[in-house]
Design a binder for this molecule. Structure first.
Ligand SMILES: C[S@@+](CC[C@H](N)C(=O)[O-])C[C@H]1O[C@@H](n2cnc3c(N)ncnc32)[C@H](O)[C@@H]1O
Length: 320
């Protein structure tokens, strides 16, 4: 690996081996099922480990035969495929690896992917083994990399699920090398109505449910919820009424014209994803933009980026 690995707890250099990461002669972090394990599974992202190992390929383009992850990735980052050849890219919160796949299959960059949960196993099933791919189960706050080494850092769909979003942004910035770039997206606060939503009312209970129970509840109710959402959209009341139906945002976050089976599976996944996380902290775009500047980024751009029938709140910037 061309990236210098360190032990996040004492900053001592680590070397890679077949059985894990070593500090001198001693094995410090094991390698298991495709990933170096800096942490164990019993942390606040355990729901994501369950989710991504259940829906391993659902959002992965090469499995679903769609191009939703590819379109979203290049729309949000604006990165040029050729320009990434040989570059060191850090992806934080990689989940089942839908964007890892895009980076590995459409660029010749070296990818370092981190996730706090056991989703790393799903990611490895989708994308490993590959000499350009290095997977770590670690927290954004304690990553095993010496700061300032990455040409590109990307963090998509993650920030709102971390406990301290400002600290998460600061840590991501610390990973970018001078001249490098960071791109993040997150759930936006669009106005006072953002949290007037079935999700924010019900989450206080659903996030405490066991994964199996929550999954079953959603699966048993998904069909009538899809029908109801479609009905209210058809009669022009979708924007007002659908936020009170406890299902993911079908019109705003899922591409149109999916075959019914695929739509149903994505709806179950996205609904589980909205009810199970410990943290769900949408942010104002101006706040995240302000953190980029506060922690030294230049050429900061922020706003909504459209793709398919969806749009994402994105902030990007360069390290001087
Ligand atoms: C909604 S998923 C998004 C996954 C992937 N980026 C995607 O878009 O499909 C959020 C991911 O962030 C990870 N995550 C949450 N907190 C984290 C932390 N502190 N450090 C690293 N990853 C974290 C979760 O484990 C989860 O896989």
């Amino acid at each position: 690996m061309s990236i210098q690995l360190i032990n996040p707890s004492d900053s001592r250099p680590l070397t890679t081996g077949t059985d894990g990461l070593s500090d001198g002669d001693k094995l410090v972090f094991p390698y298991k099922n495709g990933a170096y394990r800096i942490v164990e599974d019993d942390n606040y992202t355990e729901n994501f480990g369950y989710q991504w190992n259940k829906f391993v390929g659902t959002q992965v383009d090469k499995v679903s035969n769609l191009d939703i992850s590819k379109v979203r990735f290049f729309a949000e980052t604006g990165w040029d495929k050729e320009d990434l050849t040989g570059k060191n890219i850090l992806e934080v919160g990689s989940g089942a690896g839908r964007f890892s796949q895009i980076i590995l299959d459409f660029t010749k960059g070296n990818l370092y992917s981190v996730d706090y949960s056991n989703a790393v196993e799903a990611n490895f099933k989708n994308n490993g083994p590959n000499d350009r791919f290095h997977l770590f189960q670690a927290s954004i706050y304690d990553m095993p990399f010496m700061p300032g080494q990455f040409d590109k850092v990307v963090c998509v769909g993650v920030l709102q699920h971390t406990p301290d979003v400002e600290k998460s942004v600061k840590t991501l910035i610390s990973m970018v090398k001078p001249g490098g770039e960071l791109v993040v997206d997150f759930y936006p606060i669009r106005g006072w109505w953002t949290k007037v939503h079935a999700k924010y009312f019900l989450r206080r209970w659903t996030k405490k449910m066991s994964n199996e129970k929550l999954y079953k509840r959603i699966e048993n109710n998904i069909d009538w919820m899809i029908k109801a959402t479609r009905f209210f959209s058809r009669i022009g009341l979708g924007r007002i009424v659908n936020r009170f139906i406890p299902i993911c945002d079908i019109e705003g976050t899922i591409p149109r014209n999916l075959p019914p089976g695929q739509l149903r599976e994505i709806c179950i996944l996205d609904t589980f994803d909205m009810f199970s996380p410990e943290y769900d902290q949408p942010q104002r775009i101006s706040t995240v933009d302000g953190w980029f500047r506060k922690y030294g980024m230049t050429n900061v751009w922020s706003g909504f980026i459209p793709f398919d029938n969806c749009s994402a709140a994105v902030v990007k910037g360069k390290k001087p």
